[in-house]
Write a protein that binds this ligand. Sequence first.
Ligand code: SF4
Length: 354
Amino acid sequence: MTAEQLDHLADKAIRCEAPTRAEALTVLSESFELLDVIAAGARVRREFFGRRVKLNTIVNMKSGLCPEDCGYCSQRLGSASEVLKYSWITPAKAAEVANQAVQAGAKRVCLVASGRGPGDRDIRRIEDTIAAITEDNPQVEVCVCLGLLAEGQAERLAAAGAHAYSHNLNTSEARYADICSTHTFDDRVDTLRRATTAGLSPCSGAIFGMGESDDDIVDLAVALRELDPDSVPVNFLIPFDGTPLGDRWDLTPDRCLRILALFRFYFPDVEVRLAGGREIHLRSLQPLALHLANSMFLGDYLTSEGQPGADDRQMIADAGFLVEGVEDQTLPAARHDLVAIRRRGAGTALPANA
Ligand code: SF4
């Protein structure tokens, strides 16, 4: 490929056209200089998101002891990782943790709980937690991540004021059985569709560094694009001791940045979020990722610590970016989140816009 072909790829992305498979594979190969790939992806990022970086925070509502066996996960069945294990934290505690992150710049709070999927009591807990968080911070976006959803549960979460539902596809359909035997790729697709149908903003992404091929990466990007998510978290495997993938350190900063660029080309006007593993795999090249992703998690992850929030904010400022404010709309005007479902006024505890 030539530099003109990279320009062509960026032009296509700005028109929201997907790359061809051949183009996608070339981005992942080393046919191009890395900085040329980043520059092309950065042009697309600037077109739709300017210099804004949206900050998100994770609240781990219930940690460890999951009956599922996802091979990358420190909370999986049989995990020997020495991560924190606890049952549901209270809505008040979750609101306290969320409030700290919001004061530090987070716009979205992701409520995550280990497990195959929620029961009735779990949904009630989350309803109470959303109420506690939005009482202090009515402007915050609450995203919920509870695993596989049964019929009617997504509607309850939407009615409780959840903004989004997160459920990653993680890896390609062809490899799914290699990383998990207790549920399928189709189960995950089904849950994401339920959430979308209920009016929740769909969030679904990936974990890289699990032995996937370039073709797997492209297959996953294509499958995710078909689901039309509003946000796409890009994780790089955190290899926890005591998990089946605990010795996989396959990624390089170059590989991570090419993957992020590819995801920007596939998801030009979508929130591409720099997620778990960025510190250990991108290392000193982390700031370059901000030219591709327009969103990132602030501070710690589910069971591992990230870099201090102050360092994240300094990195953003040093790289010439700005933390996105509550008054800023994340997605560009053409995307459907412009239609804001009413969550205040009649039928709610919040005052109406007047
Ligand atoms: S990823 Fe979720 S479902 Fe899979 S083992 Fe971890 S907590 Fe359980």
